[in-house]
Structures are given as structure tokens and as C-alpha cells.
Design a binder for this molecule. Structure first.
Ligand code: NA7
Length: 536
């Protein structure tokens, strides 16, 4: 029986965060019919959901913004060096209003399945509202950290008090005043919210499984002069970011940490510490993410800082990370994180010594003690980079399931397409720089590439594009080789898929650098979409 479609579109976009919004704007401008779908009730993606206290970007706001419209970047005013979640969400709303995107977004709607129809060379996309859409292309702009993860702790469902996940924080906020609060986790989200929650709660207990390296953000209001300095040469700033390693402007190291004296290194690390940017300290020398001995020097520096700041020596030592090189788990930028542990009502529970046994109706019980709480905050991370992709039931050529195809780890060509899944694109997908970059730079690059590709097909009278298995294998091998030259595989991190039980452990992003990656993507296009099969 022929399928009944509720709509026919050139492009279905999954997600209405920054990537989804730019896709609509770009593709509509080229004359395509496009609609984005999002489970949220409004735009913003990550910044729609992650509303926990203290949520902030750790890429400078003047660079964590769109560059595609010079008038937009000149007119929008950022108020701080690193923007807060509410300010970024206002920016997202401004984008939606300015380019009138909402008419092409369907909110409160989940994409349930996407089935490739080989005969018609089109996707059948089914939504949670029962819509069945016929589309030539699907672009997954689903975000890399959008599948939240609760911890696997026995009894978690029995807790009778209030509980929240940082990644789905209530819009109306939470009143911590007079409350006994637990935070589980010490990743970026926890490190940002702990100092904020400590300001008003009665008692705060932080449950730490792995100590993290965190650096002071040195956040501050933006001065007129520095804003003007950037805005007077925004094109130059953007170009430098696009050609850089992490998608951000900053100094480029050309020296090994081991070539200089200890005094010189300490001076440089102190400069980075004062500057308050991840790239200032991790980019201080060119071998910090490739040479363990070089990395140890910066790790020692941070551990000394922790011991200097945190007054109780037992707590200070528990906060010192030893089990992974600096940067190999997502390093954090904080505002007063370590200092928070000097407050009399704040306490650290070191789960490496006494793990959590269960959560009861009123408490968290470790192997050493039971502590009662009014509120539990889970800051326990995401099924990163692949979770939100494989959670959609996707079947490509010959009915092959994407989830099944990726059961031993994702395999993509450039993090943009997957062999066997024609006309299906991913924005900032696995094996692209993605989470190791300034996301706005990577999003713009991917959206431009995808839109140009779709337009190329139309202009050439072609209907499909697909990664060849050979090109995909070579790209996967290349991403693994590059990762193996770094210290990243030494950590049990979400970059490696290690935080999700049963998830294959492979290094998920591409660590070859944003500038080099862009060059490769461009070269492949110039060579007639080398490694892709195009057909009519
Ligand atoms: P992360 O960085 O994945 O952090 C999650 C934290 O939760 C991390 O400290 C985990 O410890 C901890 N965790 C997870 N499960 C448990 C259990 N069962 N018990 C105790 N502790 C647990 O997520 P975030 O939201 O903080 O940050 C994600 C990214 O968002 C961030 O990097 C930025 O890019 C923005 P573990 O290290 O696994 O031992």
C-alpha cells in the first residue's frame, strides 16, 4: 500500500539549536523547502535545556556567535567575557526572530524514525505527532550533548525528595534556600553549579567519582574597547578562528614544555591561569596533549593551585586529579569552584574511597555513611556524540539500522555522512572536530558544507550522495591514528564513550584541528566530492 505522507519537503532538519536554525536560514535562502523539528518548546538546543544555576559558555562570547551575517555580529551586544545561559538563549531567540525561523520549526515533536526508500531515493520521516514526511534529505542537527544520562545507582527511583538533572533543569528554577542539597558529579556542569548552589543552600554535599582539572574563568563584564577592537576587525577574527586548532583565536605555541626551565613554565602557566581561557593554559606549549611528561608539568601546576586554595588538606588532596592527563577529560572553567570547599556548610565525599551503595527515599548511602537530603542534583553527563543520533530509529539502504551498524563504534566519513545512508547528514558528528572546537565555528562550517552539497546535487541534476565504504574506512583509520598520537585515549572520558556502560570505547571527535579539517573538507569538494558516490 502506498505510504500516505502528511508533508513533502526537500530537507528535514532534526533539532532547532544553533545548527538547526542556521540550516533553515541557509537552505531557505537557496530556495529549498525545509522544516526543523525539536522536542523542546522553543529554540536554543543545549542552551534551552541546560538552565542550571551558573550555566555558562567557556568560549569567549565574542567568538561563540554566528559570523554569517556581518550586520548581526555588529549589532548584537554581549555583556560578559563568557556568556551566561540566559544571555545565550536570548541570542538564540534573537536569531529565530531576526530571520523569522519559527514558521519552519515544529516544536514539542520528536523524530521517531527515518527510513530510506531505495526505489524513490527519499527518506520517510515519522514524528511523535504521527506526521509522516517525505524528504529528499535529512540533516541531524541534534547536538552532541543532548542525550542526558542518569547514574546507574540502585534505588535512584525511590528518592522522595526533589531531584533534578542539570541537563533538564526546570525553567522556573529551584529554591535551594534552607535545603540540604547533594550534587552527584564533578564535570563542567557540576563545577559551574556548585558555587552557585552553595550561595543559598543550608548544606551542600558534593559526591565526586573523578576529580577534574578546573581553571578560573576570570569572567568579567566586557569593556567597550575590547568589543570595539573585535568588531572593527570581525572578519579577521573569524578567519583566524576558522584556521586555528580549536576554532578560537589565541596564541599558537611552537615550543615544547620540556625545552624551557621550570621557572619559565610556571610563569607561562600562571599567565594562562590568570587569563582564564582553556586555550591559554593548554595551548601554552605545543606538546601538552601529546607528551605525558610535558602534561605532568601542567598537572603539577594545577594540583599545587588546588592545595593553595583549599584549606582542608584532606579535601584538597581528594580534589587533585591523578588518573588522567590534563585536558583528556573535558577540562573546566569555573568561578570560585575550589574556594567553595572552604565554606563551612560545603563538604566533598570522595567516592574513590567510599562508593555510593544506594539511594533511599530520603538519603544517599555510601559504603561509609548515610546522608539525608532534601534535593539531589544529578550532574552526571550525557551519552555524548552518538546517543542523540542512534536514539532515532534510522534505517538506510537495504533496511540496515544505523544503531546496529554503529554497535562497535561510530564510523563516518568526515563526521558528515555515513556509508549506506544516502542524503543523511550530521552536523558536528562523531569523527569531526565537534566538541573539541568552538561549536559555533564548526556548526557554520558544517552547515555551509551541507547546504553547498545539497545545492550541488540540484544543480547537477543528481538525487543522491553517499559516503563510499572505502573513504569512510580511511577516514576512521585516520581519526584513530591522529587520536593515538595524543594522550586522550589515556582517560576514561565521554570523549572515549567510557561513561556509558556497554558503549564501545573509541575516541569520538577528530583531533586533527579545526583549520586542517576544514581544508580537507574543501579539498574533497574541489576534487569532485572525492570519497562520495553521487547518482541520479
Ligand atoms: P560530564 O563531563 O560527563 O560529567 C559528569 C560527571 O558525573 C562526572 O564527574 C562523572 O564522573 C559523574 N558521574 C557520572 N555517573 C556517576 C555515578 N554513577 N556516580 C558518581 N558520579 C558519576 O558532564 P557535564 O554535564 O558536567 O559536562 C558535559 C559537557 O557539557 C562539558 O564537558 C561541556 O562541554 C559542556 P566520572 O568522571 O565519569 O567518574
Amino acid at each position: 500500500m502506498p505510504q500516505k505522507f502528511t508533508a513533502e519537503l526537500d530537507v528535514v532538519v532534526v533539532g532547532a539549536g544553533f545548527a538547526g536554525m542556521y540550516l533553515i536560514h541557509k537552505l531557505r535562502g537557496l530556495g529549498y523547502s525545509v522544516r526543523a523539528f525539536d522536542t523542546a518548546s522553543d529554540v536554543g538546543g543545549t542552551w534551552y535545556w541546560n538552565r542550571y544555576p551558573g550555566a555558562r559558555c567557556d568560549v569567549r562570547s565574542l567568538e561563540y556567535s554566528f559570523s554569517f551575517d556581518p550586520e548581526l555580529e555588529q549589532s548584537w551586544e554581549w555583556s560578559e567575557k563568557f556568556s551566561t545561559q540566559p544571555e545565550i538563549l536570548r541570542y538564540a531567540n534573537h536569531i529565530a526572530d531576526r530571520y523569522n525561523l519559527r514558521p519552519d520549526i515544529q516544536f514539542n515533536t520528536r523524530i521517531e524514525s527515518q527510513i530510506w526508500d531505495d526505489e524513490r531515493a527519499r527518506w520517510t520521516v515519522t514524528t511523535s505527532n504521527g506526521d509522516v514526511i517525505d524528504a529528499q534529505h535529512v540533516v541531524l542537527a541534534v547536538g552532541t550533548l543532548s542525550a542526558p544520562k542518569l547514574p546507574e545507582i540502585p534505588g535512584i527511583e525511590t528518592f522522595k525528595g526533589e531531584w533534578y538533572q542539570t541537563q533538564k533543569f526546570p525553567k522556573e528554577g529551584v529554591n535551594f534556600f534552607g535545603k540540604r542539597v547533594a550534587v552527584i558529579g564533578t564535570g563542567s556542569s557540576a563545577i559551574q553549579c556548585i558555587p552557585e548552589i552553595a550561595k543559598t543552600c543550608e548544606q551542600l554535599t558534593v559526591f565526586q567519582r573523578t576529580p577534574n582539572f578546573s581553571f578560573p574563568a576570570g569572567n568579567r563584564p566586557l569593556g567597550r574597547q575590547e568589543v570595539d577592537a573585535t568588531k572593527s576587525d570581525y572578519a579577521g577574527v573569524r578567519q583566524e578562528a576558522r584556521e586555528s586548532f580549536f576554532g578560537q583565536t589565541g596564541p599558537v605555541a611552537t615550543q615544547s614544555a620540556l625545552e624551557v626551565s621550570e621557572e619559565e613554565r610556571t610563569r607561562k602557566y600562571q599567565e594562562g591561569w590568570n587569563d582564564g581561557q582553556l586555550i591559554s593554559i593548554l595551548g601554552a606549549y605545543d606538546d601538552l596533549i601529546t607528551n605525558k611528561e610535558a602534561n605532568d608539568s601542567v598537572a603539577d601546576f594545577v594540583r599545587d593551585k588546588i592545595r593553595e586554595i583549599v584549606k582542608d588538606p584532606v579535601t584538597a588532596e581528594a580534589l587533585c586529579p591523578y588518573n588522567h592527563p590534563v585536558g583528556t577529560k573535558r577540562p573546566c572553567l569555573d568561578t570560585g569552584y575550589y574556594n567553595t570547599f572552604n565554606m563551612p556548610h560545603v563538604r566533598l565525599v570522595d567516592l574513590l574511597k567510599n562508593e555510593i551503595v544506594e539511594i533511599t527515599e530520603t538519603s544517599i548511602r555510601t559504603t561509609a555513611e548515610e546522608i539525608e537530603f532534601d534535593i539531589i542534583i544529578y550532574a552526571t553527563g550525557f551519552d555524548a556524540m552518538t546517543g542523540s543520533i542512534v536514539n532515532i530509529d534510522t534505517h538506510g539502504r537495504d533496511g540496515v539500522s544505523l544503531k546496529e551498524q554503529w554497535k562497535d563504534g561510530p564510523a563516518t566519513y568526515l563526521g558528515l555522512m555515513v556509508a549506506g545512508f544516502p542524503n543523511l547528514f550530521t552536523v558536528t558528528g562523531p569523527q569531526s572536530p565537534s566538541v573539541l572546537s568552538n561549536m559555533m565555528v564548526s556548526i557554520e562550517q558544517h552547515v555551509d558544507w551541507i547546504a553547498d552539497c545539497i545545492d550541488h546535487l540540484r544543480k547537477q541534476g543528481l538525487r543522491t550522495i553517499e559516503a563510499t565504504p572505502q573513504a569512510q574506512n580511511e577516514w576512521v583509520a585516520h581519526t584513530n591514528e591522529v587520536a593515538a598520537e595524543t594522550l586522550y585515549p589515556l582517560a576514561n572520558s565521554w570523549y572515549m564513550g567510557a561513561n556509558v556502560p556497554g558503549k564501545p570505547q573509541v575516541f569520538l571527535p577528530y583531533i586533527g584541528g579545526v583549520g586542517l579539517y576544514r581544508e580537507k573538507c574543501d579539498e574533497i569538494v574541489e576534487a569532485g566530492y572525492k570519497g562520495f558516490a553521487l547518482s541520479n
